[in-house]
Design a protein around this ligand. Structure first.
Ligand SMILES: Cc1cc2nc3c(=O)[nH]c(=O)nc-3n(C[C@H](O)[C@H](O)[C@H](O)COP(=O)(O)O)c2cc1C
Length: 195
């Protein structure tokens, strides 16, 4: 049990993201992916609204995804260069498994949309942790694509939006640590206001 605990703690203490463009195959198997998404769906959610969804884009759909991004880019930036169009095509073909995280808040509900959006972010974080636990690495990105109405319509229903594109694969190179917030800058005991 102690060993279990120390390996879980070590897992939590070592997770980090990869840059999706640096990922290499293979991504998770179908069975691993299902288990990761099950873990991701086990997320705190006030009101049991499940205000998030996962949409997977499979390898044989990457060409169609690339075509969508290039069409959307014309709307987003009519002056976009060929290099930019090529970059979008590369994005659509990054290695690993692509999971599009959708924020699906229930409108006009007593649970504020802000809380539902927090739950969506937590689901994304859980997915990254699950990927790490399986020995993969994830990378969560947004960029203009996540805010393009054309891309949104291709993934989302009314009132939904794209919370991120999460790629899950193998790190293509040694991963560097990045600066973490020193605890003293993000934690302080509460001081009750003077009366
Ligand atoms: C909602 C969200 C959107 C992000 N979008 C981008 C992005 O578009 N481009 C980028 O380089 N990083 C983006 N990031 C940050 C990367 O995921 C980054 O690699 C990560 O925060 C590194 O932290 P970690 O090592 O603790 O995972 C985003 C992060 C979040 C949570």
């Amino acid at each position: 049990m102690l060993n279990d605990r120390s390996s879980i703690l070590s897992l939590l203490e070592t997770r980090r993201s990869a840059k999706p463009r640096e990922l290499v195959d293979p991504g998770p198997t179908q069975a691993e992916l299902e288990r990761m998404l099950t873990i991701a769906a086990r997320t705190p959610d006030h009101g049991k609204l499940f205000p998030w969804r996962f949409v997977t884009v499979d390898d044989d759909q990457r060409d169609a995804f690339g075509a969508l991004l290039r069409e959307a880019l014309v709307e987003h930036d009519p002056c976009a260069t060929i290099a930019h169009h090529n970059k979008e095509d590369e994005f659509a073909h990054y290695a690993g498994q692509l999971v599009v995280l959708i924020s699906a808040p229930v409108a006009d509900h007593k649970i504020p949309v802000w809380e539902q959006e927090l739950s969506c972010g937590a689901a994304g974080m859980n997915l990254l942790l699950a990927a790490h636990a399986f020995g993969y690495v994830g990378g969560w990105v947004t960029g203009w694509r996540a805010y393009s109405e054309r891309v949104r319509r291709a993934f989302c229903g009314p009132g939904e939006c794209i919370a991120g594109f999460i790629f899950i694969g193998q790190p293509g190179r040694d991963m560097e640590e990045r600066p973490r917030a020193p605890l003293a800058t993000v934690w302080k005991p509460w001081q009750p206001p003077a009366t």
